[in-house]
Design a protein around this ligand. Structure first.
Ligand code: XIL
Length: 395
């Protein structure tokens, strides 16, 4: 049992660590009023503040600032790529654990928890797997067995070191897909049918009884996006409810939080309402991949402040919406950004002419988004501090 006593003035948390004592717990570090880092301010709420980590950047001796900031600002880390299947098993039967183990060691050294990302996803699969399925040399039965083995091997390898696993990622289609009616999409649903989802959670649980098992997806920040029949958040909610009814060991839903300032997005109350509905099922929640990108018009690229400022402000406001909603719901356990500096963002590579998505600029200057996150963590203070409710792994 975790025992917490809150002293209202100064919000000092006195915590003893129990249930998760195999994990480095930043709860073991008391809140330090002199430390204004995001991770320390998160301690006032028991909220873990995380980032995706790019291992090449972490190991770049010419860029020590990256490593320093990962260590000093964040209390949880996620591998941006090195725990994906193509990285872990590039050749069939030969696992490359090195980079992922390095991240785990880094996290331990810096008293950080680790989100495992990702066990089952249709992207970044190894070529041997997709080729084998396409040319018929891997049968459906063998594919199911390969998936079971993969989950078992990976979860067993990292057993006791992962706080939250993204067990299944991005399994649900979007209203703009074909057919437009929401459905289970991608490689795994096509080849194994949607039951692979329940199987994946059961296999993961069998290999690690203590990790929290998450379903993770984008565009599920709020209910009510357009046509109710095509509401992706509702679809994921129904899925989670069904899984629970079948006694599938799912512990949480991760909302990625990839937003763009060109879209309508949401306000805090809508997002908080969605978190609350998931919590109502008995699930934890987390923001797992937050970034808020903008279109890089010619004027933006030429440094025109008329176009840059509104983007930076809108980006900051959207970070704040998600963070405030998370702070307001005691089952929201962590808030992870998908990289913290524009220097290494996936956005320009992936979305073409978009950028400015992160909380530090390319030169590691904190942007308005960083300062607003910090303000949210500070001003959501006593007497309104809401300590998190720890989630117990479901059997
Ligand atoms: C992205 C990485 O950031 C890129 O470096 C990589 O090339 C592609 O994948 N949703 C997810 C993440 O769950 O794994 C993706 O990460 C971003 C979208």
């Amino acid at each position: 049992m975790k025992l917490r006593r809150w002293i209202a003035t100064g919000a000092v948390a006195i915590a003893t660590v129990g249930a998760l004592n195999t994990l480095p717990a930043s709860a073991g570090h008391p809140y330090n009023p002199a430390d204004q880092s995001l991770r320390n301010l998160g301690l006032r709420h028991d909220l873990y503040i995380g980032t995706a980590v790019d291992m090449a950047a972490l190991n770049d001796a010419a860029d020590p600032r990256y490593r320093e900031l990962v260590a000093s600002q964040f209390s949880t880390v996620t591998a941006e790529n090195v725990m994906k299947w193509e990285s872990l098993e590039p050749t069939r039967g030969t696992y490359n654990w090195g980079p992922a183990d390095e991240l785990i060691a880094f996290a331990k050294q810096n008293n950080q928890r680790v989100r495992g990302h990702v066990l089952v996803w249709q992207n970044q699969l190894p070529g041997w797997l997709t080729t084998g399925v396409n040319d018929g040399s891997i049968s459906t039965e063998q594919l199911r067995e390969i998936l079971r083995n993969h989950i078992t091997n990976v979860v067993t390898h990292f057993k006791g070191k992962i706080w939250q696993w993204d067990v299944v990622n991005e399994a649900v289609s979007d209203p703009w897909d074909n057919p437009p009616a929401l459905h289970y999409k991608g490689f795994w649903a096509q080849h194994l049918g949607p039951d692979y989802i329940a199987d994946a959670f059961r296999w993961a649980r069998a290999a690690d009884p203590k990790a929290l098992l998450f379903y993770n997806d984008y565009n599920i920040e709020a209910f009510g996006s357009g046509d109710p029949a095509n509401d992706k958040t509702q679809f994921v909610y129904n899925m989670a409810k069904d899984l629970l009814a079948q006694r599938v060991p799912i512990d949480g839903v991760g909302s990625q939080g990839h937003l763009g300032t060109q879209y309508g997005n949401y306000d805090t109350l809508q997002v908080a309402a969605a978190l609350k509905k998931f919590a109502g099922l008995g699930l934890a929640t987390a923001f797992t991949e937050v970034d808020v990108r903008s279109q890089m018009t010619e004027a933006v690229q030429n440094g025109d402040s008329n176009e840059i400022n509104p983007r930076l402000q809108a980006s900051a406001a959207n970070y704040s919406v998600l963070l405030q909603a998370c702070l307001a719901d005691r089952h929201c356990l962590s808030f992870t950004v998908w990289g913290f500096t524009d220097k290494y963002s996936w956005v320009p590579n992936w979305f073409g002419n978009e950028g400015l998505a992160n909380i530090y600029d390319e030169n590691y200057q904190p942007k308005r988004a960083y300062n607003l996150m910090k303000a949210d963590l500070i001003y959501t203070g006593p007497p309104y501090v809401l300590p998190r409710i720890p989630q117990k792994p479901r059997r």
